[in-house]
Ligand binder design. Structure first.
Ligand SMILES: [Zn+2]
Length: 410
């Protein structure tokens, strides 16, 4: 016997889907379309507007009272927690459940895994999603990160041991270059360098040699792929700038406030930033610090984001989900707004900016005929209230409704 929800899932995947009565925001800088219809066929957007006929037999989603925006990107995530770290062994249902909780529930249709273990695991998951076996986001991965010699971060050590994963440390530029070349040839979508690795041997932060940074970045760029870095300190930022890094995976609370001049240099260097603001509140609270310290740290990273955004920097929405367990995105939006980003700037960080940054602008990031049918139906309108961004009614990836689960759909 075939269960009814399986039939429904298949129908949504292959057929036509119409989202009606929606206030559509085609892109962050476009005029909204009131009471519009988005028509999807075979995973692509075929028509968008107010004068769209809904074909007989199409699945219909009524977005009355809500809004429709392009599918979100999470540009800083980790395919680390169970069951996702066992992508070969686990069932499609288990994997889809975890992916829905972390991503689809919050509107994410494309996710960049910027370091995970064991090697090759995220690529296996990517393959199972792409084959239609597991409902989930379009997945990009850097596979294993690069740590400096004796620079495996303290918070990763136990995890690596429990997975019996190989060391991710690199001692020389040639060793680093060789592994980067291999990972990229095996399908990694970028590289991730722990330029400033947080270690617990009393020294605090282990910096990567500039020569190693350059070797890894060089291999990534040769393959047309981005290099992410974990800078941690001001020295880390300088190494990132000197080494040609494309994306800072975090701001740097340990460095204290940034100067406008530093923000300008990052923008001139074409360096993008994932703010991960909420992460720092979570980390500081973990150490049982008083709330005044939590506020102080949050204030520093907001100041850094504010200057970077004001300087015209490319902000890529990212939360570090998979390292943190907190999937709810509402606090991150609140903190970004507190750093001076309005709803259009936040929508850009979720859609057009990452699509352009990662070379998928022709297919993703906007609601326009011919684009991938990656959509989010929100319960309200972010133009009225930012909280709409975390009020996700439906997530559609490549024409398939991946949230809510078929058995929860009205
Ligand atoms: Zn991370």
């Amino acid at each position: 016997m075939v269960l009814p929800f399986l039939l429904l899932a298949d129908a949504a995947w292959a057929g036509e889907l119409a989202i009606v009565n929606a206030r559509i925001h085609p892109s962050p800088d476009a005029q909204p379309i009131a009471k519009g219809t988005v028509l999807v066929r075979d995973g692509k957007l075929v028509q968008v507007g107010t004068d769209v006929a809904v074909p007989d037999g199409a699945e219909v989603i009524d977005a009355e009272g809500g809004s429709v925006v392009a599918g979100f990107w999470n540009s800083h995530a980790h395919i680390l927690p169970l069951p996702l770290s066992e992508a070969t062994a686990r069932s499609p249902a288990e994997l889809a459940f975890a992916l829905r909780r972390m991503f689809a529930h919050w509107g994410f249709t494309t996710v960049f895994d910027i370091a995970s273990f064991p090697p090759g695991n995220a690529a296996t998951l990517r393959k199972r999603i792409a084959a239609g076996e597991v409902a989930g986001p379009s997945l990009l991965t850097v596979d294993m990160p690069f740590f400096p010699a004796d620079g495996t971060p303290s918070y990763v050590k136990d995890l690596l041991e429990s997975m019996a994963a190989p060391s991710a440390e690199v001692a020389t530029a040639s060793e680093a270059r060789e592994r980067a070349r291999r990972q990229l040839a095996e399908g990694a979508d970028g590289v991730k360098l722990f330029i400033g690795a947080i270690v617990d041997d009393g020294t605090g932060v282990r910096l990567m040699d500039l020569e190693i940074v350059r070797a890894v970045v060089d291999e990534a760029h040769r393959a047309g792929k981005p290099a992410f870095a974990h800078p941690t300190t001001m020295e880390g930022i300088e190494l990132a700038l000197a080494g040609g890094i494309d994306v800072l995976a975090h701001p740097t609370p340990a460095s204290g406030p940034w100067s406008a001049e530093l923000a300008r240099r990052l923008v001139d260097g074409d360096v993008a930033l994932t703010p991960t603001l909420q992460l720092f509140e979570i980390e500081v609270r973990k150490e049982n610090a008083p709330e005044t310290v939590v506020e102080e740290v949050a204030g520093i990273v907001q100041q850094q984001l504010r200057l970077f955004h004001e300087a015209g920097g490319q902000v890529l929405f990212g939360t570090d989900i998979g390292y943190i367990d907190q999937a709810d995105t509402s606090r991150e939006f609140e903190l970004m707004a507190g750093a001076g980003m309005d709803w259009r700037a936040i929508l850009a960080s979720l859609t057009t900016t990452p699509a352009r940054r990662f070379g998928q602008h022709a297919r993703k990031g906007r609601i326009e005929a011919g684009m991938d049918a990656d959509l989010v139906v929100l319960g309200s309108d972010p133009a009225d209230d930012l909280r709409a961004f975390s009020n996700v009614r439906y997530t559609v990836r490549g024409g398939e409704v991946i949230h809510p689960a078929p058995w929860h759909r009205p």
